[in-house]
Design a protein around this ligand. Structure first.
Ligand SMILES: Cc1cc2nc3c(=O)[nH]c(=O)nc-3n(C[C@H](O)[C@H](O)[C@H](O)COP(=O)(O)O)c2cc1C
Length: 185
């Protein structure tokens, strides 16, 4: 019998067309081993502003929220790659996460988190803040699946490939740690 691929959902925290985080995420998607299908979540900008008043019966939910939850439920693991905005999580990404606190899609979900920034600390503050939020939602984040990428503009070539050997090796470790977490799940 044919085995179904495992689904890895990529979520970029940047809505910018030329986003370095989205490009880095696509590159990571291309590193997934055989048997893993990488999909990119495209609906971040379509989600309404979260309000507990709107978060009730599934049948009454905004269509974009239903689709967001369905894409998460169809995933075996998640990779989030995000910029740091004013030392925190970009509002659109935090909004998306707030929509799934009550519905618990991140519960026990193997999750990798990457922050990428042109600055030397690679967005260490957003990585910390995002990790706190995801752990509050009981996501499983292996140590090696958490990575801050500094000087990101120099790390990605015009073809979208990462050439820096240290970053490449950290990304390989991240993909391996995520694969292990899926097996242990
Ligand atoms: C509103 C705003 C706030 C920012 N705040 C930070 C910050 O706190 N730390 C940081 O490292 N970079 C910060 N940056 C710079 C971003 O890291 C940089 O623009 C990055 O390229 C954005 O990611 P993207 O290319 O994926 O869109 C900020 C950028 C914007 C637009």
């Amino acid at each position: 019998m044919e085995q179904r691929s495992l689904v890895i959902l990529g979520i970029s925290g940047s809505l910018r067309k030329q986003s370095s985080n989205t490009r880095l995420l696509s590159f990571v998607g291309g590193m997934m081993p055989a048997g893993m299908e990488f999909r990119m979540y495209q609906g971040l900008a379509d989600l309404p502003h979260f309000s507990p008043d709107l978060d009730g019966d599934e049948g009454q939910l905004h269509g974009a929220v239903r689709e967001w939850r369905e894409e998460l439920r169809a995933a075996n693991a998640i990779v989030i790659c995000t910029p740091e905005y004013a030392r925190g999580v970009p509002g659109s990404l935090k909004n998306a996460l707030d929509w799934v606190v009550s519905s618990s899609e991140f519960m026990n979900m193997p999750t990798a988190v990457i922050s990428a920034s042109p600055h030397p600390d690679g967005g260490a503050a957003v990585l910390q803040s995002l990790t706190l939020t995801l752990k509050m939602m009981s996501a499983v984040i292996p140590d090696e699946a958490s990575l801050a990428v500094p000087f990101v503009s120099k790390m990605i070539g015009p073809d979208g490939n990462v050439t820096d050997t240290n970053t490449l090796s950290s990304l390989l470790n991240l993909v391996q740690a995520l694969s292990q977490a899926i097996k242990g799940h």
